[in-house]
Design a protein around this ligand. Structure first.
Ligand code: UDP
Length: 373
């Protein structure tokens, strides 16, 4: 019956890396995915010469040399550097928070002046050890930047007040006292020249993949086919939500093709006020510097507006809501998972984690080493 060594449920980054590692050690592997494409949420497709990030912008960045060398085995990366800008009520500010932002906001020129200004605002707010996202943000950049560039955006993205969110979310963002608009503090950064889908396809080369297959519909049958099952879907869905639903945010994209060469002059513009209904607009052509794969200028453009909303059963989950309540519920599901004999969970949904791509790959490589010993 168990003709497979590993059944991998989910053809996203975690599943693809594990499948690659298992197959290259001579294991018999099958990958299945309920979607009609591989790549999970990094899936990209080409339209009018433009590489479109179907499930939202993915910019690969890492400090992990091992991971960088690993992904470069499957794709050539361009030198794209993420420098999003914030649009707050029609005024543009640089992101992440750096000397350009402080200069536009307050007219300060030197790092010393900027630090002094932030220190004043921090003192006025009287915050000790930050207990939530609002306190963390104010102690990092002061109240004015919090009000203009963080509060509205975060409320729209998470559907919760900044006081009810963990400080850790905002710690993802760098604050620097240099004139440097590079969003990430990463040694390596770029976008696969042929797109993420081609990269994942290369990882899965030679491995059987079945698409449009819903594992959960025939769970018992699938479970009987393999010695081990690696499940990268949502852990609560696997257990049929028996302990309750974990909360996720979902993102809805409104995609528009426009007959103009340049809509917003940048890959990402964040709308940080509370009033605009979307959180950000992505103009996909700028991930490849406005050119197609042959290096020709693209005459038209494709944009996607991102709307954030609470996830409901049956929809695509995007961001896990890592607050205490959800972490506690996740721990209960993990206790169930520990009892499984042939089933292992992994990836953003399986581990209920706000994962960057490089961290998913690092985790999948570590998991492969532990599992395939
Ligand atoms: N954030 C913000 N203003 C911005 C961009 C980000 O307040 O213009 C906050 C927001 O709380 C968000 C968090 O920083 O959830 C992390 O942002 P990041 O850009 O890392 O989110 P992602 O790209 O993963 O959606």
């Amino acid at each position: 019956m168990e003709e497979l060594d590993y059944l991998v449920v989910g053809a996203g980054l975690f599943g693809a890396v594990f499948a690659h590692e298992a197959a290259s050690r001579g294991k018999k592997v099958l990958v299945i995915d309920k979607r009609n494409h591989v790549g999970g949420n990094v899936y990209s497709y080409e339209k009018n010469g433009i590489m479109v990030h179907h499930y939202g912008a993915h910019i690969f960045h890492t400090n992990n040399t091992k991971v960088w060398n690993y992904v470069n085995r499957f794709a050539d990366f361009n030198r794209f550097t993420n420098s999003p800008v914030a649009n707050y009520r029609g005024k543009i500010y640089s992101l992440p928070f750096n000397m350009y932002t402080f200069n536009t906001m307050w007219g300060v020129i030197t790092p010393e002046e900027a630090e002094k200004k932030i220190e004043e605002e921090r003192r006025a707010a009287g915050i000790g050890e930050p207990k939530n996202l609002e306190e963390q943000a104010i102690s990092l950049v002061g109240r004015e930047i919090y009000e203009k560039l963080i509060k509205g955006y975060t409320k729209k993205q998470w559907g919760r007040d900044c006081k009810d969110l963990p400080a850790s979310i905002i710690r993802r963002l760098p604050v620097r006292f240099t004139y440097d608009n590079n969003y990430f503090n990463a040694l390596y950064q770029g976008i696969p020249v042929e797109g993420y889908t081609a990269m994942v396809e290369k990882m899965l080369e030679g491995i059987p993949v079945e698409l449009s297959v819903d594992f959960l519909e025939k769970k018992e049958e699938w479970m009987s086919k393999a010695k081990k099952v690696i499940f990268t879907g949502a852990i609560d869905a696997y257990y049929d939500y028996c302990l309750g639903e974990l909360e996720y945010r979902k993102v809805r994209f409104e995609v528009e093709e426009l007959p103009i060469p340049n809509f917003q002059g940048n890959a990402a513009v964040n709308y940080t006020d509370e009033e605009s209904p979307y959180t950000r607009i992505i103009e996909h052509k700028w991930f490849t510097f406005g050119k197609d794969r042959a290096g020709k200028d693209l005459p038209t453009t494709i944009i996607s507006k991102e709307y954030s909303a609470e996830w409901k059963r049956g929809e695509e989950p995007y961001y896990p809501v890592n607050d205490e309540k959800n972490q506690a519920l996740f721990a209960e599901y993990q206790a169930l998972a520990k009892k499984e004999e042939k089933l292992l969970f992994g990836g953003r949904l399986g581990e209920y984690k706000y994962y960057d791509m490089d961290a998913v790959i690092a985790a999948a490589l570590q998991f492969s080493e532990n599992t395939l010993r």
